[in-house]
Design a protein around this ligand. Structure first.
Ligand SMILES: *[C@@H]1O[C@H](CO)[C@@H](O)[C@H](O)[C@H]1NC(C)=O
Ligand SMILES: *[C@@H]1O[C@H](CO)[C@@H](O)[C@H](O)[C@H]1NC(C)=O
Ligand SMILES: *[C@@H]1O[C@H](CO)[C@@H](O)[C@H](O)[C@H]1NC(C)=O
Length: 460
């Protein structure tokens, strides 16, 4: 790892314990104080070359930040700003590295909260939650989250990196969740090689999803994330819906693996135990870019309820209900625009491409592109676009309150099973317009006999 390169110290409680705290003098710091104002002073510091790997990771009773220049056998140095009149002592990260444990892993939550550092490794949820705001780089290592607890990583400091390491899992209780929650700006959320986030879903799976049976916790809230990236997470066995992306601005989700295939196991009625296990639900967001997702589940691979500038590319979806927009209508936010769904495969799923809007509701679906989608083993509809949903089911009667306009469907090819319908379109009169279809070839099933309101360009 080298030096801890960044230092962030927050206001800390006077009585709180410190890990290996020593007065600065004992570390032989070259320290020079400057008075910047009547309220704050800054000090510069450097370590002597005899202790070249030391770094400041905490300043009690202070607030400030410093950057320690990178380099090998150089003397780390930097500047920190603290309130005037406070004594400064320094915690180095070197000591804890020698004992081969992180600054916080052996510490109580209260102590961990005092290490405002770029190297915060946590092995329990409470410590991580207590200390999150004072860490610029958080490692969540082998955490078992207690029942009825959210691994609450909301309101992280701007620019925080969070890495899941080892196995993250969750104790069972009937409650609404979420099990994991993030918010913040310029966050980087990722997973170390071989990590797994295991939702322990089999404890909840009863074939009823969110329609009944056990109360099941939602899984991963990515709410109010701005200019942030979630990448390389390896998720399995979540109880019910996986990612809830809401209020996001410029959020990238890259190379996430979501494997809920264990939920395909059936109950005595022959229903899959995993139900309503949507992989990505997106609402009220501007700029969500999901790429390279691998999904095995029992409901939508993607469901966009509202939002603008959303892309979903390079995905592999299987076992579920397809790549969906909707249902749109009947919520606070009912407008979907500028969606680009491309270069993805959908296999062994109920539907391939799907857009559904709500009966008697208002809203809009505008400028949506599906291109380069390969289908196989689709059991209900290869392509389905319908304006008749009510309470989660089709009514057969479309209404025109949520028009679907500027829709491009190109290079959507592949096969459905023999009793599936290849393409089904049900639009209210005039409520679907400006559609461009090209290279659409869905074969292996039946032509639909129920199509209505099919706009020029499309064929049913
Ligand atoms: C120290 O930690 C490293 C990295 O986690 C690990 O590879 C190594 O085996 C550990 N050494 C001891 C003595 O625990
Ligand atoms: C979007 O977020 C990425 C990653 O945080 C960042 O590099 C990029 O500059 C952001 N773009 C805009 C338009 O804010
Ligand atoms: C339509 O959506 C695409 C993204 O698929 C976007 O690049 C384009 O600017 C949008 N067009 C309009 C007119 O907003």
């Amino acid at each position: 790892m080298g030096y801890q390169k960044a230092l962030t110290a927050l206001l800390l409680g006077a009585g709180a314990g410190l890990i290996d705290a020593r007065p600065a003098s004992q570390w032989d710091l070259a320290r020079h104080d400057h008075h910047d104002s009547h309220k704050h002073k800054s000090f510069t510091f450097s370590f002597p070359s005899s202790d070249p790997t030391g770094s400041i990771s905490s300043i009690p009773l202070g607030t400030g930040s410093a950057t320690i220049p990178s380099g090998t056998a150089v003397v780390p140095s930097g500047t920190a700003v603290v309130p005037s009149g406070t004594g400064i002592s320094v915690v180095t990260s070197e000591k804890s590295k020698k004992s081969n444990s992180s600054a916080s892993s052996s510490a109580s939550a209260a102590t961990a909260a005092t290490t405002a550092s770029s190297g915060c490794t946590f092995t329990d949820a409470d410590s991580a939650i207590a200390s999150k705001a004072s860490c610029s780089s958080i490692v969540l290592k082998d955490i078992t989250v207690p029942a009825e607890t959210t691994l609450d990583m909301t309101d992280l400091a701007d620019g925080t990196t969070v890495t899941f390491e080892g196995t993250t899992t969750f104790e069972y209780a009937e409650w609404k969740g979420p099990l994991i929650s993030f918010s913040g700006k310029q966050l980087t959320i990722t997973g170390a090689a071989d990590h797994v986030i295991d939702g322990n879903g089999a404890k909840w799976w009863d074939g009823e999803g969110s329609n009944g049976g056990k109360t099941k916790p939602k899984f991963f809230y990515a709410h109010s994330m701005t200019d942030s990236t979630i990448s390389n997470l390896n998720i399995k066995n979540y109880p019910v819906q996986c990612f809830s992306i809401n209020g996001a601005e410029n959020l990238s989700v890259k190379d996430v693996t979501i494997d809920n295939s264990a939920g395909d196991e059936t109950n005595s009625d022959g229903d899959a135990l995993g139900h309503n296990t949507d992989a990505f639900d997106v609402g009220s967001s501007t700029g969500v870019y999901i790429s390279g997702a691998t999904v095995k589940n029992q409901d939508d691979c993607l469901a966009i309820n509202s939002g603008t500038d959303i892309s979903f590319t390079g995905a592999s979806c299987s076992g579920g209900h397809g790549i969906s927009i909707g249902s749109v209508g009947g919520r606070d936010d009912n407008d979907v625009a500028n969606v680009y769904i491309a270069d993805s495969t959908i296999s062994d799923s109920q539907n391939g491409v799907r857009i559904k809007t709500v009966y008697d509701a208002t809203g809009s679906v505008k400028n949506v592109t599906y291109t380069g989608i390969t289908l196989s083993g689709i059991t209900k509809y290869g392509i389905v676009i319908e304006q008749d949903y009510e309470n989660g089911s089709p009514t057969g009667t479309p209404t025109d309150g949520v028009p679907i306009t500027d829709l491009t469907v190109s290079d959507v090819t592949g096969t459905v099973t023999d009793d599936a319908e290849e393409v089904y379109i049900l639009c209210a009169s005039g409520a679907c317009s400006d559609w461009t279809w090209s290279g659409v070839s869905v074969t292996g099933g039946e032509a639909s006999s129920k199509c209505e309101g099919v706009p020029d360009g499309a064929s049913c």
